[in-house]
Design a protein around this ligand. Structure first.
Ligand code: ATR
Length: 276
């Protein structure tokens, strides 16, 4: 079988997904291609109809189409449906099935670095942000049985909406989270704050972080964000954002091909690519 895979979004010329999936194809000895299918918003529906006629086996969906793709699907997996966003589509015997691999990918990346988290379901978790990325990660945390979660966000309305959809979850304004930081053993930064070209910003100060706490940032450009630098400086352990990219891709590849590729040295290779 020759897998025809790809990515839709805009703009996506600099995406790292072709490198990741082509490496997976090589590692698994599968034949195939992964192409960039850049689609402008004004021609979205038309281009998707064209894609339906092509014999594509599966594709990733990125900004700005993770919600817009939903009406074009034949089926949606319950997780993607709960999150309300699709980042992976499988063509199964001509039917398009939508998945969301972000949250599960995030969990896999975190557990691979800190396996002890698998057992400690009661760990005090602080989730910073309440946007699309936070939604996927929160859903995966809840599904994996974590029970002690607080969401801190600039807009409390948005935090409370997200909390309501996911059971018993506390919400806080960002400055209260900053002041109470020592109460958390796992802090997850899910917003784009600190991303290039605004790499000098951090969503909150980490002065009060507990020594040994795990601080995770989903931003990976720059690789070492200000947030992670500050976390290290105060004695916290860190988790890099680029690893989520690898593991969400791994799960997508598994959906398309039925084979789970090893990440192995790709973590370090991607670091080198990102550091230019
Ligand atoms: P994504 O889908 O990438 O998560 P999003 O849905 O626009 O993007 O969500 C952005 C998140 O970043 C939100 O939590 C947003 O806070 P608000 O809900 O208050 O808007 C947060 N965010 C963005 N810029 C921010 C800033 N300068 N300071 C604090 N939070 C910010």
């Amino acid at each position: 079988m020759n897998f025809q895979l790809g990515l839709i979004g805009y703009p996506i010329k600099h995406s790292l997904s072709p490198w990741i999936h082509e490496t997976f194809l090589e590692k698994t000895n599968l034949k195939g291609t992964y192409s960039i299918i850049e689609i402008e918003e004004r021609s979205f529906a038309e281009e998707i109809e064209k894609l339906k006629k092509r014999d594509i086996d599966g594709f990733n969906v990125t900004v700005p189409y993770k919600e817009k793709i939903i009406p074009f699907l034949d089926e949606i997996d319950p997780q993607a449906s709960a999150i309300g966003a699709v980042n992976t589509v499988q063509n199964k015997d001509g039917k398009w099935i939508g998945y969301n691999t972000d949250g599960i990918g995030y969990m896999r990346s975190l557990i691979s670095k800190y396996p002890e988290l698998k057992k400690d379901k009661n760990i005090a978790i602080l989730l910073l942000g309440a946007g699309g990325a936070a939604k996927g990660i929160l859903h995966a945390l809840v599904e994996n049985g974590y029970t002690n979660i607080t969401i801190a966000n600039r807009s409390l309305d948005r935090a409370s909406e997200l909390a309501k959809a996911n059971g018993q979850i506390e919400i806080l304004p960002l400055n209260d989270a900053e002041a109470n930081l020592a109460a958390y053993s796992l802090i997850i930064q899910t917003t784009s704050v600190g991303m290039k070209p605004n790499a000098d910003r951090s969503i909150i100060s980490l002065t009060n972080v507990r020594k040994g706490a795990i601080v995770s940032d989903i931003v990976y450009q720059p690789l070492v964000t200000n947030f992670l630098k500050e976390a290290s400086f105060h004695g916290a352990r860190i988790h890099f954002g680029h690893t989520m990219l690898l593991y969400q891709a791994q799960y997508a590849f598994e959906i398309w091909t039925g084979i789970k590729p090893e990440i192995g040295t790709m973590d370090d290779e991607l670091k080198t690519i990102l550091e230019g």
